[in-house]
Design a protein around this ligand. Sequence first.
Ligand SMILES: [Zn+2]
Length: 339
Amino acid sequence: MDQRTHTWIAIRAIALLEDRSNEKNLVKLLKPYAQEASVGAWIPDKIDAKRSGAGSITDNHIIKMEPYTGSQQDRFKTDKTKLLKNLGNHREIHKFLDNDNSLASLNPNWWDQAYRGDIPKRGYHLPNRIMSLGVMMRDLLIMGNRTIDRLIPGKIRFAQYLPDNARTTEEAAAMYFFMLSHFVADASMPCHCDNRKLASYDAGLHKEMEKHWSKIIGTDFEKKNLLEEFIEPDLVLEIARDVDDEFDVDFSNASIKDLLPKHDIWLEFMYYCRASFALACIIAPPDRYSYTDKTVRAPFNQVFADANFLMEVDKLVIYDAVLNTAIVWKYVWNKISKE
Ligand SMILES: [Zn+2]
């Protein structure tokens, strides 16, 4: 996803929390800085924000899956029933996969196979990144400045010994939430979860999908436009809500649930990324677009020849990216304010 899309997702998630959650203080923290989402939500894709490991600029940032043929087959199998259970029916991708019969006709064994992320180094993948930033943020919020402290119930006694400059400012905290939204949103991008060459950025599908979304979102969310002058936060959120119609998404009944029972962020997004991989395999069915042939391409216009199918994919990716962001933000916030 590009800068505009990430910006809109983060701002729309603030609006969603405002409309559909009881986390009023979290909204109070984020809303004044809504315009700055255009910086924070985009930082992780800046080339110099990715030097976490030698070699790949996308270390920690993706989890590209492929069939697994090693000795731990059971560990890397997730059949459809298990996946749906671990996605929760509050997510659009649950509905989509539940209703989808195309996989069965494409390859009856798709769900029975083991798939695994092709990860450059152990642990260097997207669910880990979301988890680690989320955990770190809990500590940074506990060490928040006096304003943040007032937003969080309970007393943090050691805070009085911290020099004021060492405490997290509201603006910095908002920036961390926006950065977190980036990784959460990336989990919804099917190409980030598919190891086939056809899903790489310049192979005719990935970039085109991203351009398609950012065109719909529009120039209001372009960084230079959004940061040009101060805009009342209420208005920023309203402009973001206005985009819903363009995607035909309706958040009025959205349920910003907690993570599913026995899940942590890592597991929740491991399952979500598996679902995104399934979506990638519906968009470009593996029996036509093979896993092993590195020359095969799935051009945007070919796989989305059916405009209704494209709209369906847009709708679910966009809806879930916003919802997942609100879910993770709320979870991180409640970890310090309720537990
Ligand atoms: Zn990214």
